[in-house]
Design a protein around this ligand. Structure first.
Ligand code: ADE
Ligand code: ZN
Length: 324
């Protein structure tokens, strides 16, 4: 990373909190709870061991079981935000998964209280601002997703500003979740995003655009349909692009094949994000460095990426104005 890029203010809109726990932290949390981890969770070098996208989701589920108390969620949040702040991030949105918390035996309120404490501790030390996007898991089905949206209605908190959805996009298309998003958007009053155009093609993004969303997680496979690219540009839909994630999960073979630059040139608003940093050997700082090195974005273009993220952030207007 050039010295300028290292110093640049950065903002991240697409980060899975459970996917931000490093192998080291996962080991420490397992030790805290006296849990034995599956022997095949890590490579001999100590990284998370996974092969395909669906296998990644399974390994992610297994590693997430160690995050099981309010204190654990606080620690994952705090450690991630501190590391981001050290790389120049001023704002991060964290996707939390009440379903992963529940699978580990923790209540919605417990997971939320832990995350809020982590955000407040990191802000007090570094000044970094953060908000929470409550996220459902599409492959657990529409009924479970509706329950997560209803929980978001019951447990409102000023730092919870968004609702989203991850998981198996190819098997569970956006149209199954119209009711979920109606509840999250209309009843909980949350701004919404959804993963689309990552593990499935343009038809998934078209379906996602019928949900009440202002942003799309990934969205990169929109490039396969010129009419869709025009639609995204005309509607000002912001893409949460995660270049290194897309290479790791084999959406594209390498950065040269990745459409980030083409999407920008077509007038689509893009942001840079790390997704699940330790799984993909990246960080938010690394994504900005990748954009500089592989996509030829200069200092001004990278500053515009940060501005785009802050303009699209699910945050109150006074905070946005202060950060911009
Ligand atoms: N959950 C965690 N990371 C994800 C990703 N990259 N895509 C879909 N769901 C996810
Ligand atoms: Zn994601």
């Amino acid at each position: 990373m050039s010295k300028e890029t290292a110093m640049l203010p950065k903002a991240e809109l697409h980060l899975h909190l459970e996917g931000a726990a490093s192998p080291d932290l996962v080991r420490r949390l397992a030790a805290r709870h006296g849990m034995a981890l599956p022997a095949d969770l890590f490579t001999p070098a100590g990284d998370f061991a996974w092969t395909t996208f669906l296998h990644f989701l399974k390994v992610y589920d297994a590693a997430s079981t160690v995050i099981r108390t309010e204190q654990d969620y606080r620690d994952v949040t705090y450690e991630y935000l501190k590391a981001c702040a050290a790389e120049g991030a001023i704002y991060v949105e964290l996707m939390s998964s009440p379903d992963h918390a529940a699978a580990a035996g923790l209540s919605y309120q417990g997971h939320l209280d832990g995350i809020v404490q982590g955000i407040e501790d990191a802000r007090a030390e570094t000044g970094i601002e953060s908000r929470i996007i409550v996220t459902c898991v599409r492959h657990l089905g529409a009924e479970r997703a509706v329950e997560v949206a209803k929980a978001a209605v019951r447990h409102q908190h000023p730092l919870v500003t968004g609702f989203g959805m991850g998981g198996d996009e190819a098997g569970f298309p956006p149209q199954l979740f119209a009711q979920t998003y109606r509840i999250a958007h209309d009843e909980a009053g949350l701004a919404c995003n959804v993963h689309a155009g990552e593990a499935a093609g343009p038809e998934s993004v078209w379906a996602a655009l019928r949900l009440p969303v202002g942003r799309i997680g990934h969205g990169v496979r929109s490039i396969e349909d010129p009419a869709l690219v025009t639609e995204l540009a005309d509607r000002g839909i912001v893409l949460e692009v995660c270049p290194t994630s897309n290479i790791a999960t084999k959406v594209y073979p390498d950065y040269r094949a990745h459409p980030l630059r083409k999407l920008m040139e077509a007038g689509v608003k893009v942001t840079l994000n790390s997704d699940d940093p330790p799984y993909f050997a990246t960080t938010i700082g690394h994504e900005y460095a990748v954009a500089e090195r592989h996509f030829d974005l200069d200092d001004a273009a990278l500053r515009q990426v940060t501005r785009t993220a802050l303009q699209a952030a699910f945050v109150d207007e006074p905070t946005r104005a202060r950060l911009l």
